[in-house]
Design a protein around this ligand. Structure first.
Ligand code: GLU
Length: 391
């Protein structure tokens, strides 16, 4: 049969992060020795009390439909998480449970973007933001940032891009792929701009909030600018904080009308998130959080090791990321060897046994991203391979 792809699908491509990770798995299945630093996934074991909760849910026969937008129990636990960990006072009725943070982001955009609407996305961005906007028929307006300004922007740069068609600003702090953290003061400046443009909704993707390496408390727009709360949706989850990527549980809180619109979409697409995963996520939010301090410390050590080693390789440089577990590495001095195409650079590294993702996949250029959510010995070996591949 001839292919019959929708116009919407023709506007997007497969996620480059997951495509590279699948490629690395295929190569490994063929017997090739490949270290995958392409996907952002903690290597730690899921905490035992979370695993136990999943087993208990299975034993209790918790295997049927739940309410489409999540169980009452998990909405309460998620509301606790928003209050305790992000400082956002919310009510369980204003929470939706989704199959990963990705689904929450997609639903919010799909529920609100019409053809010709514009979404401002700071770049380098997480790979799926622009694809989702385009899928929904929106136009992506990049807000360029660079290593020189810490991958942060001035609120005036945001304001310069706002038009009457702007209906979204997508924020991600700590950010993927840069690790940039937006300070409270910057968020308040963004809030001042937004007050002048009431048509703009804001996505605050805070999934990496628990993984910050400075002592400053996490800052988020809904807390810094409570008067704007009726147009901010904050997304979080358990994937990164509790090493639960495979469980696929995301949570979001925002204004009633948007949460309910997302639920309408969810009721006609995936239905409820996995019942067992929801029970496990309750244990994640309600249970002990003390292991996080150790994880954070381990990530900090890995980050420091990776930054030091990368900056010692001729032609490579990276700033120190303040949060998340990624380094966006600049390789501009080496790009002539790869015809200026960082996709070729990533392929070259893959051929030398390390899966990374080209910076261009994130709206950047001339470099690649690695995830340092792998153990130190594995990271050291990967860095040896990168060094050898580029020497
Ligand atoms: N957010 C993670 C990453 O960037 C997971 C993969 C994905 O969904 O992009 O690696």
């Amino acid at each position: 049969m001839t292919q019959h792809l929708s116009q919407a699908l023709q506007r997007i491509e497969a996620s480059p992060t997951t495509a590279m990770t699948d490629r690395a798995s295929e190569l490994r299945a063929e017997g090739r020795d490949v270290i995958s630093l392409s996907v952002g996934e903690p290597d730690f074991d899921t905490p035992p009390h979370v695993i136990q909760a999943a087993k208990d849910a299975l034993d209790a026969g918790d295997t049927r439909y739940t309410p489409v937008t999540g169980t009452a129990r998990l909405k309460e636990a998620a509301a606790l998480h928003f209050r305790r960990d992000l400082g956002i006072a919310t009510d369980p009725s204003q929470v939706i449970i989704t199959a990963g943070g990705k689904q929450a982001i997609f639903e919010a955009l799909a529920a609100t973007i019409s053809a010709g609407d514009e979404a401002i996305v700071p770049s380098p961005w997480w790979v799926s933001y622009p694809q989702m906007v385009r899928f929904c028929g929106g136009t992506v307006v990049p807000l360029r940032t660079s290593a020189a300004n810490g991958y942060r922007f001035h609120p005036s740069e945001l304001e310069a891009l706002i038009t009457p068609r702007t209906n979204w600003l997508l924020l991600n702090s700590p950010g993927n792929p840069t690790g940039a953290v937006y300070p409270a003061e910057m968020l308040r400046g963004i809030g001042e701009v937004l007050r002048r443009h009431p048509q703009v909704l804001v996505m605050s993707d805070d999934i990496y909030a628990p993984l910050r390496y400075s002592d400053a408390p996490h800052a988020t727009l809904a807390v810094e600018c409570p008067d704007l709360a009726d147009r901010i949706i904050t997304v979080s989850g358990v994937s990164k904080s509790h090493a639960m990527t495979g469980f696929r549980i995301g949570v979001a809180t925002g204004p009633d009308w948007l949460i309910s619109a997302m639920g309408r979409l969810q009721s006609n697409s995936s239905g409820n998130p996995c019942s067992i995963s929801q029970a496990a996520a309750v244990a994640a939010f309600d249970g002990p959080q003390d292991f996080l301090a150790d994880w954070r410390e381990a990530f900090r050590r890995r980050r420091d090791m990776v930054v030091q080693r990368i900056n010692a390789i001729e032609g490579l440089s990276t700033p120190v990321p303040d949060g998340a577990f990624y380094c966006l590495i600049d390789a501009a001095p080496l790009m002539s060897r790869f015809d200026g195409d960082d996709g070729k650079l990533a392929l070259h590294l893959l051929n030398h046994g390390v899966a990374t993702v080209a910076a261009s996949a994130f709206g950047g250029a001339d470099g690649f991203r690695i995830s340092f959510a792998a153990d130190e010995a594995v990271l050291a070996q990967a860095l040896d391979r990168i060094e050898k591949a580029l020497s």
